[in-house]
Structure formats: structure tokens, C-alpha cells
Design a protein around this ligand. Structure first.
Ligand SMILES: [Zn+2]
Ligand SMILES: [Zn+2]
Length: 85
């Protein structure tokens, strides 16, 4: 199987799909609800511990390296075409 030459993750956002990710100030990145609150997780960050910024323009928020993904898809399509012969 042909492997893509580089990582499939978008290099601009490390595969996060967002840029300017910040640690959630409400839970200091823990993702837990504050003490005394009945919520299971921190509401502002939905338990993630991070707040996401803008969708990454390089990958349009998908987190994938588009060029590499295309390369991968082409390799896959070639492979499928070979199977079907
Ligand atoms: Zn990206
Ligand atoms: Zn939080």
C-alpha cells in the first residue's frame, strides 16, 4: 500500500481543525465542572479543557492536510481500480 509521504494532519493547526486554541479559563484546562456545580463537565468548554478559536483556514476546520489527503485518496483510488481489473 502506498503511504502518503507526510502526515495527514494539517500542519497549520496540528490536525486540530482550529487555530488559537486556548486553555479554558473556567476549569483551567481540567474539563471538570467547578465544585458545587451539578454538571458533569465544564460547560464553557464542554469538558474539553480548551476553547477553540477560529476554524483553521488551511484545512477549513477539518484538521486534515488537504494535499496529503488528496494524495492518499488518489493512491487509494488507484488501488481500488487495480482490484477491479
Ligand atoms: Zn488546519
Ligand atoms: Zn472548561
Amino acid at each position: 500500500m502506498e503511504q502518503p509521504k507526510g502526515p495527514l494532519d494539517c500542519l497549520d493547526c496540528d490536525g486540530q481543525g482550529h487555530i488559537d486554541c486556548k486553555t479554558c479559563q473556567s476549569c483551567q484546562g481540567a474539563g471538570d465542572a467547578p465544585e458545587g456545580v451539578m454538571d458533569v463537565y465544564c460547560e464553557p468548554c464542554r469538558g474539553d479543557g480548551r476553547k477553540y478559536g477560529e476554524p483553521c483556514p488551511a484545512c477549513e476546520g477539518t484538521g486534515f492536510n488537504r494535499e496529503r489527503l488528496e494524495e492518499y485518496r488518489r493512491a487509494l483510488a488507484k488501488r481500488v481500480a487495480a482490484w477491479q481489473q
